[in-house]
Write a protein that binds this ligand. Structure first.
Ligand code: CP
Length: 332
């Protein structure tokens, strides 16, 4: 494994092995300090609780040292485009940033969200790709414009822990949120769900489709494995019979560059598109999942997130174990 950028760069065999390793690390049946004497840079362009804390603790537990950098705050503002005359507000180019950093560290983790300004550009994950292009050490995606593979792997681990290894019926449902959010989590969750052999239903209002190319990959992988992918914009039926409910809000690609238009469009879905007890009662005793942070009584009611079927904190804990498994494999 050269980098860890998205789950579809790996086949099911290695993905499954990472989950097994994470389960062993969690139980204590696997241990070790493969990062002894090594440092890992964690570059955060955006805020974080779970990713930052779990990576820092995970690196420590593997014997290594975390170097946390926040461009534009605790380190210089960064330009990633090629051939730019840097007479604006960017102080350092990513080329020097990466090439200097890798003289000190054995891997670089990067968090760089979509800005929701230019869909055609941002769907190509330009900043993450620039890191991967310039770096000669492994790059680990800690959530980019299009993917959050560490979260998706923790989610697959959580489903295995709670429900076993058999194929499950999974619902990925859009939820109302006061402003548009990036698509990295739903993209990576949907991709990983079909890679791990589950049946997937994706529910969202009309106009909130995921990326066409990504959906093409999801459908191809599901077809190869003989699994179903369904779509619905009918929230009243979406929850019927599923065993996993994964809630997440995201912005419409039609409104990248026009946040106010998305806010106006989504207002009609505020009352209907929330996960509540009534909807959960339509499921096959489903577990409730969300990557967090979550807005209570906006995305999900208190009654659901505080219920015994809510596994959101387990998902967050599993970020630690799966990232330790990924780093062990990535930093040889
Ligand atoms: N789920 C997740 O990545 O959480 P943070 O944004 O707090 O890191």
């Amino acid at each position: 494994m050269d980098n860890f950028l998205k789950t579809s760069d790996l086949d099911l065999g290695p993905l499954d092995a990472l989950v097994s390793k994470a389960i062993d690390l969690k139980s204590g049946s696997a241990s070790g300090r493969p990062l002894e004497g090594k440092s890992v840079a964690l570059v955060f362009f955006n805020p974080s609780l779970r990713t930052r804390a779990s990576m820092q603790v995970g690196i420590y537990q593997l014997g290594g040292n975390a170097v946390i950098l926040e461009p534009g705050s605790t380190s210089w503002t960064l330009e990633h485009r090629e051939g730019v005359v840097m007479d604006g507000n960017k102080t350092e180019h990513l080329k020097e940033f990466v090439r200097v950093l890798e003289r000190y560290v054995s891997a670089i983790g990067v968090r760089t969200f979509a800005e929701l300004k230019d869909w055609e550009l941002e769907r190509t994950d330009p900043i993450l790709k620039a890191f991967a292009n310039y770096a000669s050490v492994p790059v680990m995606n800690l959530e980019s414009a299009m993917h959050h593979p560490c979260q998706a792997m923790a989610d697959m681990m959580t489903i295995r822990e709670k429900l076993g290894t058999e194929k499950k019926k999974i619902l990925l449902t859009w939820a109302w949120h006061p402003k548009p959010l990036p698509m990295a989590v739903p993209n990576s969750f949907a991709l990983a769900a079909v890679q791990f052999g589950h049946d997937l239903r994706i529910a969202h209002p009309k106009g909130y489709d995921l990326d066409e190319e990504l959906i093409g990959d999801i459908e191809r992988i599901a077809a190869d494995q003989g699994n179903n992918v369904e779509y619905t914009s009918d929230i009243a039926e979406a929850f019927d019979g599923v065993e996993v409910v994964y809630a997440k809000s995201w912005g419409s690609k039609n409104f990248y560059g026009d946040v106010e238009a998305d806010i106006t469009e989504r207002a009609q879905y505020r009352e209907e598109w929330i996960v509540n007890e009534e909807k959960m009662s339509q499921t096959n005793d489903a577990v409730f999942m969300h990557c967090l942070p979550v807005r209570r009584n906006v995305i999900v009611t208190d009654a659901v997130i505080d219920s015994s079927r809510s596994v959101v904190v387990d998902e967050a804990e599993n970020r630690l174990h799966i990232q330790k498994a990924i780093m062990t494999e990535l930093i040889k």
